[in-house]
Design a protein around this ligand. Structure first.
Ligand code: NAD
Length: 265
């Protein structure tokens, strides 16, 4: 029970990696708030976390909207009285590029809003509370797409590198207040995210002609992963638990690759 008595906000916790993080944190004793634009999914995961004996609040929130984020933080504090952990997990791949001229101005704006601006908005809304309490943990879900500079997804790759840089900037500013800020870079996971991306690549990219979505995904895992296996939401969940726990109190400003060895540095 490494997170007993803690309150964790996990954005986008209604599916995939976010669900993995919610359930890992709930297993370790945390009460959990699940703001997600797909509220029915959030409610389903909330039911699973309640089944583990935790208090859970699911709510419809668009993390690209400052007003929605403020309403989410206000409701969380009214309900639980405090926030200990913020996990910025909500994100989306956006339409593939390759060539990069395939991407539109709207692709860039939307991809930045959901992956990068959202981290700014939630951190801005929650850190005054963390500073008052001289405690708090922020875990930002970035991606290996940042460090590997993925040509299949230019705006996403740049947006996630931005998340890593923002993590370091906020970590420096908040370190004197006893608050840690870290990123996790997941590798390749068969969630909704990759299922949609692989289907799109299979249809639209000549490099993947005649392949099913799952074959595109397996090829990606095989091509780039030294350990030759995909990652799971549980892998990311346990890494997030560690970074939010007392055991990680001296770790800040880091980007932890949970990726079967794709990025080694
Ligand atoms: N799947 C992968 O291979 C992979 C790899 C690296 C990083 N990631 C990152 O992990 C995170 C989770 O992705 P996933 O694979 O679980 O995908 P997913 O599509 O299953 O989950 C994304 C979640 O975010 C929510 N969401 C999207 N836009 C939102 C918004 N505007 N406001 C609130 N919630 C919103 C969705 O409703 C969904 O519940 C994302 O940040 C993604 O970029 C995924």
């Amino acid at each position: 029970m490494r997170l007993a008595g803690k309150v964790a906000v996990v954005t986008g916790g209604g599916s995939g990696i976010g669900r993995g993080i919610v359930l890992a944190m709930a297993r370790e004793g945390a009460d959990v708030v699940i703001p997600d634009i797909q509220v029915l999914n959030a409610e389903k995961v909330a039911g699973e976390a309640k089944g583990l004996g935790r208090k859970v609040l699911a709510m419809k929130t668009d993390v690209t909207s400052a007003a929605d984020v403020k309403a989410m933080v206000d409701r969380t504090r009214e309900t639980f009285g405090k926030i200990d952990i913020l996990v910025n997990n909500a994100g989306a791949a956006g339409p593939p590029g390759m060539p990069f001229t395939n991407n539109t101005e709207e692709d860039w704006d939307r991809t930045f809003a959901v992956n990068t601006k959202s981290v700014f908005l939630t951190c801005k809304a929650i850190t005054p509370h963390f500073i008052d309490r001289k405690a708090g943990r922020i875990v930002n879900i970035a991606s290996i797409a940042g460090p590997i500079s993925a040509p299949t997804m230019p705006p996403y790759s740049v947006a996630k590198m931005g998340v890593i840089t923002l993590t370091r900037i906020i970590a420096k500013e908040l370190a004197p207040h006893g608050i840690t800020v870290n990123a996790i870079c997941p590798g390749v996971l068969w969630t909704d995210f990759w299922q949609k991306l692989a289907a799109h690549l299979a249809e639209s990219n000549p490099a993947f002609k005649g392949m099913t979505a799952r074959q595109v995904f397996d090829k990606r895992v095989g091509d780039i992963t030294p350990m030759k296996r995909e990652q799971t939401p549980e892998d990311i969940g346990w890494a997030a638990v560690f970074l939010a726990s007392d055991e990680a109190r001296n770790i800040t400003g880091q980007a932890l690759n949970v990726d079967g060895g794709v990025v080694m540095q």
